[in-house]
Design a protein around this ligand. Structure first.
Ligand code: ACO
Length: 328
């Protein structure tokens, strides 16, 4: 039995620039009515092109470190969840460490698409079990605007840019305890949500035209079905193995993919609407950042209180999925 990681601080960040459905309908053939009916999304935040996600991650990380009340130099490990790294090399976790003025720390990128934060929580448990003196900074940031095809209306309306962060230690008096985390995957379904171009399985050379294969391609209906099924199952599984029922959960924070997925998962699990947190309407799907940003914004809104049990559930490319339980 490992000691449960203690949560010391959280942070989040969204860029200032708002892209609402009205403005989107001037880029592709779509409408506010179609987007809100199908997804619930009204607007999303977009990072200035070419900025790189590490600049968002650095703000979220500094907020989490400040919230933790610790000196930045006490961070020993940085896990950076993203599927939109600043570059193929160096790892963006290294870039982030440098932006934070840290060197000599453990840095690793975690690429499991939207599930990055929950996988990161699982890795945090392992790191703190192996190195109880460590202080782990877990950051999740995605610049989805850099990898959507702005000519593909079936995908570009869904995503936004953001970062979220958390600081964990193996003990001490923090703000909550990561009770459990559970993750899974099925690589056979990978082609249903795919960005091939830029990887080593796609041949390209200087001067080639950047084609649609360099951007997100998705079988929306298939993703929808699997997302609902997997998030429901992993939520039930983690509650069962912790001897908890739905009634024991005070707040459910699912991956903010779209409102219809969130509502379907919430209702299949039996949550009343007021226990299901949503910010997808104003953030869009921010991939790995979605859950830590939602938690940060729920806390900023005064919805997180001592003694609460919070359930997270995620789903993303891979396919990957997972759940986690936070005891405040
Ligand atoms: N505006 C207007 N019309 C559109 C748009 C748009 N933005 N996008 C598609 N359409 C059209 C299609 O062309 C199609 O027209 P047709 O009937 O003339 O061929 C019609 O709308 C229906 O298209 P569908 O793709 O069948 O629409 P659907 O009802 O399945 O909704 C959606 C699409 C919203 C993407 C849905 O499948 C979905 O929510 N899927 C989940 C995908 C998701 O959330 N992925 C996120 C990444 S993974 C993750 O984070 C979990």
């Amino acid at each position: 039995m490992i000691n449960a990681p203690v949560l010391f601080g959280v942070g989040g960040y969204v860029p200032d620039a708002v892209l609402d459905n009205e403005a989107l309908s001037r880029i592709v053939e779509t409408s506010d009515e179609w987007i809100t009916t199908r997804t619930g999304i009204r607007e999303r935040r977009i990072l200035a092109p070419g900025s790189g996600g590490a600049c968002m991650a650095a703000v979220a990380a500094r907020r989490a470190i400040e919230d933790a009340g610790i000196p930045p130099e006490s961070i020993t490990h940085i896990l950076y969840a993203t599927c939109t790294p600043d570059a193929m090399c160096p790892p963006t976790s290294c870039t982030l460490a440098d932006k934070l003025g840290l060197s000599g720390v453990f840095t690793a990128d975690v690429n499991v698409a939207c599930s990055g934060y929950i996988y990161g929580l699982t890795l945090t448990r392992g790191l703190l079990a192996a190195e109880p003196e460590a202080t782990v900074l877990l950051v999740a940031a995605d610049v989805m605007s850099s990898r959507v095809n702005w000519q593909d209306r079936s995908t570009c309306v869904l995503f936004g840019d953001a970062a979220g962060a958390a600081v964990f230690r193996a003990g001490g008096k923090g703000k909550g305890i990561l009770k459990d985390a559970l993750v899974s995957s099925n690589g056979a379904l990978g082609p249903l949500l795919h960005v091939g171009g830029g990887g080593s399985a796609t041949e390209f050379k200087p001067g080639d035209v950047i084609g649609p294969e360099f951007f997100i391609r998705m079988e929306g209906r298939e993703v929808y079905k699997h997302a609902v099924r997997c998030m429901v199952k992993c939520s039930r599984d983690i509650l069962e193995r912790n001897g908890l029922g739905i009634e024991d959960v005070d707040l459910f924070i699912p991956h903010q993919a779209n409102l219809r997925i969130i509502e379907a998962v919430g209702s299949k699990l039996g949550f009343p609407a007021e226990k299901v947190f949503c910010n997808v309407q104003i953030r869009g799907n921010t991939s790995a950042a979605s859950i830590p940003l939602a938690f940060y914004e729920a806390r900023e809104a005064g919805l997180i209180r001592p003694g609460m049990t919070v359930l997270f559930a995620t789903f993303g490319g891979g396919f990957t999925w997972g759940s986690a339980l936070l005891q405040l």
